[in-house]
Design a protein around this ligand. Structure first.
Ligand SMILES: NC(=O)c1ccc[n+]([C@@H]2O[C@H](COP(=O)([O-])OP(=O)(O)OC[C@H]3O[C@@H](n4cnc5c(N)ncnc54)[C@H](OP(=O)(O)O)[C@@H]3O)[C@@H](O)[C@H]2O)c1
Length: 327
């Protein structure tokens, strides 16, 4: 099939695009600028259109002839972006993508949301019925994006929503790289007890779920949490990282409030100068927000079974960081 992936040259997007190409699909990506993986994707025959999901003409051009759309593009990695940017890309951009998909007669649109729409969860494992409780404006905007997608359900567009947990794997430029780098130093600062839980999803497991959501008849109109089989305390997760690196390290404990205070101060000082703060509230909250979800609904409706476990996933990720000069 001819398939459009928005954000197809980003971390998650390029893995999905590679799988689609591998399975014989013809893939087009819409992305706002050149990234790390463009060259590789072009060599696989992927057509890349550069443009924003907020640009109706670019989106309509990218949509031409496509039967399936995976909508992954999002304002996500920028630190402390203005609320207007989150709104414009994650909400209005989603509306533009849905509208164009409906007008182009696309058979199915799969929207990549986030576990973050549930925010910090008190009881784990939480499922899709857990309260919607976004903790920051990014997460709020992703849920508003979900609402937009649901509006189109009534307009004849077939949709599925996935809410991945914390995605990691080869090519991940974010949180996991920081964990590996810190463990490499021989110590890991742990703010708070380290007993709160974190739910990773290895990229190949998530891509499996994307592929299943493209064909599952029962999935239509629904939203699914997608995570690895298990979630872990922060202490266990970082210990696994040390294990795959074969690196001895120590935890150094400090109160969470100290980190939160310093992060807020950093943001406050850096913001007026347009400088990216070294510490910020969203990063600090990693030590505090309990996250752990159930894959039960995805297993039932999509047939989703996470194939790659934590040690194998971290090993592959570590090898990528080493062979690409990140560690
Ligand atoms: N990573 C996680 O742990 C996680 C967890 C749950 C859900 N998600 C969701 O997963 C999706 C993919 O995230 P990711 O981790 O792969 O992030 P990513 O690497 O930043 O990928 C997002 C891609 O979208 C592009 N993009 C941003 N704004 C755009 C715009 N206005 N028009 C067109 N393209 C635009 C980005 O390009 P630039 O980099 O050039 O801006 C990037 O290539 C997002 O929808 C995110 O909300 C991520």
């Amino acid at each position: 099939m001819k398939i459009l992936v928005t954000g197809g040259t980003g971390f998650t997007g390029h893995h999905l695009v590679r799988r689609l190409v591998h399975d014989g699909h013809q893939v087009r990506s819409l992305d706002n600028q050149e990234g790390l993986f463009d060259k590789e994707l072009k060599s696989l025959g992927v057509e890349i259109i550069y443009g924003s999901v907020t640009d109706k003409d670019a989106v309509e051009r990218a949509m031409e002839g496509c039967e399936i759309v995976f909508h992954l593009a999002a304002a996500f990695r920028g630190v402390d972006l203005p609320k207007a940017v989150y709104w414009s890309v994650n909400v209005e951009g989603t509306r533009i993508v849905c509208n164009a998909a409906m007008n182009a007669g696309v058979k199915r649109l799969i929207y990549c949301s986030t576990e973050g729409v549930h925010g910090k969860v008190d009881i784990t494992p939480a499922d899709e019925n857990a309260p919607i409780n976004p903790k920051d404006y990014y997460e709020f905007s992703k849920y508003e994006g979900e609402k937009v997608v649901k509006e189109f359900k009534g307009n004849g567009l077939t949709t599925v929503i996935l809410r991945p947990t914390a995605i990691y794997g080869p090519g991940d430029p974010g949180r996991f790289l920081m964990i590996f780098k810190q463990v490499k130093k021989g110590y890991f600062p742990m703010f708070g007890s380290g007993k709160i839980t974190y739910h990773p999803v290895y990229i190949d497991n998530l891509v499996d779920a994307f592929m299943e959501s493209m064909v599952s008849a029962t999935a239509v109109g629904n939203a699914y949490l997608i995570g690895d089989e298990h979630y872990y305390s922060l202490i266990d997760l970082v210990t696994y990282v040390g294990k795959v690196m074969n690196k001895k390290f120590k935890f150094i404990y400090a109160p969470y409030w100290l980190l939160l205070w310093v992060s807020c101060a950093c943001e406050w000082v850096c913001k007026p100068f347009g400088i990216t703060p070294p510490l910020f509230k969203r990063r600090a909250e990693w030590y505090w927000e309990n996250r752990g979800f159930s894959n039960k609904k995805a297993a039932q409706d999509l047939g989703y079974t996470p194939r790659i476990g934590i040690e194998e996933g971290l090993k592959r990720t570590y090898e990528w960081y080493v062979s690409n000069g990140y560690l």
